[in-house]
Design a protein around this ligand. Structure first.
Ligand code: SAM
Length: 242
């Protein structure tokens, strides 16, 4: 599954440039029985299988040993789980400061609870819904973190202005043509006036956040300029009866 991540896009380019390392370990390679069983029935009965602790711990120990030999890194161990802390930009930014991270991906009903108790530093969830395995959630986290590594993106500016980086949503973006069947690009973006464009973008980001994600504004201390631009937008829309 991780081939997609390794072969294409920003993560693949960052790997090529040697900006980070990505190693995939299959716990099945650490099973000791002839059937290479990674899962078994859940104690107490009921449907669904559970990932066994032994192969997972053997795989983790091996991975940790190799990481320590290579970079003297003691990694943070994360388990992707719908029961974990929700992944936000703040979580991603924090992970980007870590020297090494191991992400454990569950399958079936999940992993034996004792594996979590004994080995996991942090459980992370991609949202209040359940998917079939931890691989796609892990890939989302990896992509988010790699975007924060200097050099991974062509322009650091585009990362800085992304939604959530400053606790706000991003402004709308446009490209050619200037007029698409009567739907026009806002004049200010064609004005060449960088200060006006900066203010317009900031105001649009604030307004979108106010309309779509007011929860983000609840704990955010706006600057004087941000408050002024947002209040202007609110009163303008009141006047227009929107
Ligand atoms: N029985 C588990 C529960 O309800 O908490 C769900 C197991 S799920 C089918 C299998 C695996 O997918 C989990 O072990 C986890 O690694 C991954 N997974 C599913 N939903 C996820 C989410 N929202 N965030 C992160 N990982 C998730």
């Amino acid at each position: 599954m991780f081939t997609a991540l390794k072969q294409d896009g920003i993560v693949a380019r960052a790997l090529d440039k040697g900006l980070f390392d990505l190693e995939i370990t299959n716990p099945r390679d650490f099973t000791t029985d002839n059937y290479r069983r990674i899962d078994d029935k859940t104690f107490g009965g009921g449907a669904g299988m559970v990932m066994k602790i032994e192969p997972l711990e053997l795989a983790l120990t091996d991975l940790k040993k190799r990481l320590e030999q290579k970079n003297s890194v003691k990694p943070l161990v994360i388990y992707m789980s719908p029961q974990g802390k929700k992944v936000t930009q703040a979580v991603i930014n924090n992970l980007a400061t870590q020297d090494g991270v191991v992400i454990v991906c569950g399958r079936y009903e999940g992993v034996d609870e004792r594996f979590i108790e004994r080995n996991v530093d942090l459980e992370l969830s991609i949202g209040d819904f359940v998917v079939s395995g931890g691989e796609i959630p892990a890939m989302l986290v990896i992509d988010g973190v790699v975007r924060q590594i200097p050099g991974s993106m062509n322009s650091i500016e585009s990362v800085e202005h992304d939604s959530f980086m400053d606790g706000l949503l991003d402004c709308p973006h446009y490209t050619v043509p200037r007029d698409y069947h009567g739907f026009k690009v806002p004049d200010v973006l064609l004005s060449g006036n960088h200060e006006l464009i900066r203010q317009w973008r900031l105001q649009q980001g604030l307004w979108r956040t106010y309309l779509r994600r007011p929860d983000l504004l609840e704990n955010k201390q706006l600057t004087k300029e941000q408050s002024r631009l947002l209040n202007l937008m609110i009163s303008r829309n009141k006047i227009e009866g929107k």
